[in-house]
Design a protein. Structure first.
Length: 116
């Protein structure tokens, strides 16, 4: 998938996959939402509106009210890329989210996922 297609993909089209991945491993939709809120600064209501509006990834991250400064602590490989080495900002944000959901599905404690 090209970068442009990823950026213009709606968050809601991928969101159910995040939830399914988490739930298959005994985690919850609420934990996925908590991760997204932590990463972006959206409230639960704002997140739900963004999903309903079918906001694309580029807009979702560009308009995030308060991107968490601790997201720079997210390190490691996801989808074959080291997240800390991704230079393009939107792609890095998408991979941060992928990495956090992956950590959730792998059973990491929320305190560690949220870099507390």
């Amino acid at each position: 998938m090209s970068k442009h297609r990823i950026y213009t993909t709606s968050v809601v089209s991928v969101y159910p996959h995040y939830v399914t991945k988490a739930e298959k491993k005994g985690r919850t939709k609420e934990e996925v939402d908590e991760i997204i809120r932590w990463l972006t600064g959206y409230s639960q209501e704002e997140l739900e509106v963004r999903l309903e509006e079918k906001t694309d990834f580029e807009t979702f991250f560009a308009e995030a009210p308060q991107p968490n400064p601790s997201r720079a602590l997210i390190k490691g490989v996801i989808c074959g890329y080291r997240v800390e080495e991704i230079e393009e900002p939107t792609m890095r944000e998408i991979r941060y989210l992928d990495k956090l959901v992956d950590e959730l599905a792998k059973g990491k404690a929320m305190e560690k996922i949220l870099r507390k």
